[in-house]
Design a protein around this ligand. Sequence first.
Ligand SMILES: Nc1ncnc2c1ncn2[C@@H]1O[C@H](COP(=O)(O)OP(=O)(O)OP(=O)(O)O)[C@@H](O)[C@H]1O
Ligand SMILES: [Mg+2]
Length: 583
Amino acid sequence: MKELKHLNKYFKKYWLKLLIGIVITIFARLFQLILPSYVNKTITVVESYINADIVKETAREQLTLFILIIVGAALLSGFFTFLMRQTVINISRYIEYDLKNEIFEHYQILSLNFYKKNRTGDLMNRISEDVNQVRLYAGPAIMYGIQTLTLFACLIPLMFIKAPTLAAYTLLPLPILSVLIYNISKIIHKRSTVVQEYLSTLSTFTQEIFSGVSVIKAYALESQTNRELTQLAIEGKDKSMSLAKVNAWFFPLMVLLIGISNILVIYIGGMQYINGEIGIGLIAEFILYVNMLTWPVAIVGWLTSIVQRAEASQKRINEFLNEKPELENSVSQSHKIQGKIEFKNVNFTYEDTEIDALKNLSFTINRGETVAILGKTGSGKSTILDLVTRLYDVTSGEIFIDDEPIKNINLNDLRKSIGAVPQDAFLFSDTIKNNIKFGKYDASDEEIISIAKEAVVHDNIIGFSKQYETVLGERGITLSGGQKQRVSIARALMKNPDIYLFDDCLSAVDTETEEEILSNLKKASNNKTTLIVSHRVSSAKNADKILILENGKLVQQGTHEELNTTEGYYKSLYQNQLSEKEN
Ligand SMILES: Nc1ncnc2c1ncn2[C@@H]1O[C@H](COP(=O)(O)OP(=O)(O)OP(=O)(O)O)[C@@H](O)[C@H]1O
Ligand SMILES: [Mg+2]
């Protein structure tokens, strides 16, 4: 139960509701316990009348009274059972809500590396499936647990007081039932875990197929994926069948054992009645007791497996909750970012691939400067931008923002003052308007339109029938590559940040549009530090400074004019792209 201790803080939070729930649960049980003894009395009255011990009038009066008490107690017990579910199950829903929020909040502060190590399906599973298992413990398990305890505590002594021998025989099969149910539950648990895991595999498989449907169609892989799915489905069927087989044992076994208990009551009770040791009504009373006991006894087995499952799920949840973010915001003081960026002997190695992406890199970008970064693919350009946003920390060396080490700057303020357009821009499946508004939630429609014009995407958007209200597909798949890039540029412009980071975000637009956007950007980003990563000289030539990277090293830096007069990557790139244009 070590892992489930995590929930104690929530039980403390809802202690009053929980206490009320417990009291109500006990009441619901107590009213139920009244019933059998009145059934006993009713039968005894009938027996006395038949034996002519009492007159018709008295019998009728007593019967009416007993029946009213039975109906009343049943109604009250029902009412309290309703209240019990209302309180205890509600508590479990509150705890579920709190726990999901806690997990989600924690997910959000974890660094990128965490997301690289764990699969989306797993993250989703822990916040939905596992929380659900824990909820079963926090609600139903507690409710049935209290119910069962109250029942055992009251009923078993009561039975022994009323008829010790009969009680002993009646209770005999119940521990066997409990052990059996426990064992079956364990097998059910094992097999349902297998089925759960299978479902997770299946959903990962189908999710991938749906996401990559255009590749599957283009390569005509439909029948192959069909075959793979069929194979998976057959496995799934076998697993579900093996679960169904044990499940099938559950109820018959219960019915068998209740039957045995009932027969014992009737046989032993009958013998005792014949010997004149007990009244006939007591047999009826005990049969009712047996039936009242059976379900709770079965529940003991079921509860054990629920608690085990909740423990396992909470363990998985705790694993993520205990994960510390690699990058912590240790500064509470707020910062107004000016925009000077300096790299000093920066080395950076990606942990997972052990690739040295940046090697002894030093450069300075003054506030308001526009700097272009060029270099072959894989030379480390995007890595530089990620380090400026502090998605990762440097392996060695140091980065300064406004002459202050980046680690001494409030992380939230830093990221708030950066407008980044990543290389593969991500758009949410929401309206275009909301995607642009992502940079500034309270933006007016006019602002959005004027920003979209700056990003030269307005004309495209009004071409859609729903214009700015067009809902994008997952990851923005309904837009062309160039449109997607420009919507994400608009999103960054909307933010009006102090530092712009554009990662190859004009690669999918034609050169004319590129020039228009660049000149708009120049106006918008006036006095703002701007880093443009590109493969095209046209994006870079007007920059204040151009950095050329090769294999993570800075090999050249200077203005367009300077670089164009020295032999090197930049000059040959320029010559190539110039001649391409002329052709
Ligand atoms: N998330 C990552 N995890 C591990 N290695 C990475 C990661 N991102 C990049 N790398 C590696 O780091 C090196 C530099 O990558 P980077 O993305 O910075 O290159 P780039 O200059 O932006 O290239 P491109 O022009 O193709 O976008 C590459 O060798 C790449 O394989
Ligand atoms: Mg890149």
